[in-house]
Design a protein around this ligand. Structure first.
Ligand code: APR
Length: 259
């Protein structure tokens, strides 16, 4: 793997613009569940016999908010009960060294911000868990942790309406601002794209990898198992993000970096 790591490190040193795409596998090293693959959330059905995608959907939040919130609370408790890991910190360090390095994350745990990634170069394409807001009057509510200790669904202090997190639930549209930001940056192109800990299950995750390759950039996957992208990328670094990312940063020499 060393030769491959050095190849990626050289490309990053020379690159002005870099895109790091992250998925649940990056936070798996913090103890959070992934969605697919071994032990993934989506492999099972809920206690009610529903696919988890149905329980965590926009229509379910409207039809049966208590049921939807039962599974939102599980995600919320997992995120609040864990913390960013060395993989998140390595990505934040890369962004500090490379002002043209962006993060496109599918994760809603807020760990990139907590690890120090700059919000203005972070695209949270599936939103994030906090702050909650009221679906009836729009009031914001920053007490996710407290609400998770009370009967669900959480209610608005102002009007009693059902609160929800600013996440993209199944059968809901992606946040317009995040999509605009992603395609605005894609139009400027990237010299290197790293796909980290994602099964690449969505077109807006695959497309940045394909477009970077087609434009002559270097595409890299960091994942212990194979995905649909594995045959497409130039370099596959088979391993855990927690191990590979800090090692990769160790190969990137600060004095050889061009800004
Ligand atoms: N390091 C790197 N990759 C890992 C690790 C690890 N320690 N552990 C697991 N992985 C990989 C798995 O092999 C898998 O390919 O992470 C990937 C996780 O894939 P998914 O569970 O599908 O998660 P993700 O790709 O982020 O899913 C995308 O689907 O339903 C939506 O909103 C949900 O944001 C999520 C999106």
């Amino acid at each position: 793997m060393d030769e491959a790591l050095r190849r990626v490190a050289r490309a990053i040193e020379q690159a002005e613009r870099i895109l790091v795409i992250t998925g649940a596998g990056l936070s798996a090293d913090s103890g959070l569940p992934t969605y697919r693959g071994l032990g993934g959330l989506y492999n099972g059905h809920t206690a009610e016999g529903l696919p988890i995608e149905a329980a965590l959907s926009g229509p379910m939040l409207r039809r049966d908010p208590a049921l939807c919130w039962k599974y939102l609370a599980e995600l919320g408790k997992a995120c609040l009960g864990a913390a960013p890991n060395a993989g998140h910190l390595a990505i934040a360090e890369l962004q500090r060294r490379k002002p043209g390095c962006w993060v496109l994350t599918q994760n809603i745990d807020g760990y990139h911000r907590a690890a120090g990634s700059p919000g203005e170069r972070l695209i949270e394409i599936h939103g994030e868990l906090a702050p909650l807001y009221c679906q009836s009057c729009g009031a914001e509510d920053s007490e996710l942790a407290e609400h998770l200790q009370r009967p669900l669904p959480p209610r608005c202090r102002q009007c009693g309406g059902v609160l929800r997190p600013p996440v993209v639930l199944f059968e809901e549209m992606l946040p317009e601002a995040a999509v605009d930001s992603l395609y605005g940056e894609l139009r400027k192109g990237f010299a290197v794209v790293l796909s980290v800990g994602t099964s690449a299950s969505f077109p807006y995750i695959v497309e940045p990898v394909l477009r970077t390759r087609q434009a002559g950039g270097l595409s890299v996957e960091i994942n212990p198992t194979l995905t649909d992208l594995s045959d497409v990328v130039d370099v596959r670094l088979a391993g855990r993000a927690l191990d590979v990312l800090p090692e990769l940063l160790g190969h990137i020499s600060s004095d050889r970096i061009c800004k």
